[in-house]
Design a protein around this ligand. Structure first.
Ligand code: SPV
Ligand code: MG
Length: 286
């Protein structure tokens, strides 16, 4: 079967177990994440823009991000959650975005409360946020635009990233839930889990919480689940692994003048053919 059916992101969250998500920028990375046993794939703005060697700074258009997410979803048997940055404009852009993503079979999106154009959370010192009121308007626009009950909207606050207080982060997230968000993402660039743990200890639990433990990588998934997190996103590990592996591979071939040293460490072509579902395709030619 070339196209696989998949459950919605909402149905995963509603199971009540920690949903583990891996970031990707293309179908290949997404399928490898699925093979590793991840529950869903994060179509990451950082990864998608890095794959083009341009900054994660609202440079690509909605259509380009949608194409990346859709290319992943087409070959997956697990749902994609699409990183939709700030929603690509105002409330009208958000409505258009939800129409387009939902029509492409994407069952979950995430929007963040930065001002357009945004910059990646780990680049620069923290940005000015959109007012909570205006971001609530975007959430309402997104929720009113969805065609199916299942469509899932994650509201992400960058309050802690922008050095605002825990109180403000909590206040914003509570307001986003009032506006209809299906979950909140509390992002942090702290070197420890403490900030996020403090948030969780004061969260009212009305909606699931999503985290992205890039800068606090030592928090084990079991403990993350125990702390009350519903979704954990390993947002950029695939991209970073790709960079390291390509570099090692190309440098070795250049240095040695042949590729024998690498042959055991790089994927066999048969592995690549399997990822391409070559045998299934060949049946059409039988
Ligand atoms: C992404 O992966 O694009 C994210 C997460 O939004 S972060 O890079 O931490 O901003
Ligand atoms: Mg992003």
């Amino acid at each position: 079967m070339l196209r696989r059916s998949y459950s919605s992101f909402r149905s995963l969250v509603e199971k009540g177990e920690l949903v583990r998500v891996a970031g990707a920028h293309d179908a290949l990375g997404a399928v490898i994440a699925q093979q590793a046993g991840f529950d869903a794939v994060w179509s990451s703005s950082l990864e998608v823009s890095a794959a083009r060697c341009i900054p994660d700074a609202s440079l690509l258009t909605m259509t380009e991000y949608l194409e990346a997410a859709s290319n992943m979803q087409k070959v997956l048997g697990i749902p994609v959650i699409a990183d939709c940055d700030t929603g690509y404009g105002n409330n009208l852009n958000v409505v258009h975005m939800v129409h387009e993503y939902e029509a492409a079979g994407i069952t979950a999106i995430c929007m963040e409360d930065k001002l357009f154009p945004k910059l990646n959370s780990f680049a620069g010192g923290g940005q000015t946020l959109l007012s909570a009121e205006a971001f609530c308007g975007k959430i309402q626009a997104a929720k009113s635009a969805q065609a199916t009950e299942d469509f899932f909207v994650v509201a992400r606050t960058e309050a802690l990233i922008s050095h605002l207080s825990l109180e403000i982060a909590l206040e914003r997230c509570h307001a986003y839930c009032e506006a209809g968000a299906d979950a909140v993402l509390i992002h942090s660039k702290s070197k420890t889990k403490d900030q996020v743990e403090a948030f969780l200890s004061r969260w009212n639990g009305r909606r699931p919480v999503v985290i992205v433990p890039t800068t606090y990588p030592d928090w084990h998934a079991d403990d993350i689940a125990g702390a009350g997190v519903s979704v954990v996103i390993y947002a950029n590990h695939g991209l970073r692994a790709t960079v390291a592996s390509l570099r090692e591979t190309f440098e070795s071939i250049r240095r040695r003048g042949d590729s024998t040293e690498l042959e055991d460490r790089i994927a066999a072509l048969s592995d690549v053919f399997e990822l391409q579902q070559l045998k299934t395709w060949q049946k059409f030619d039988a």
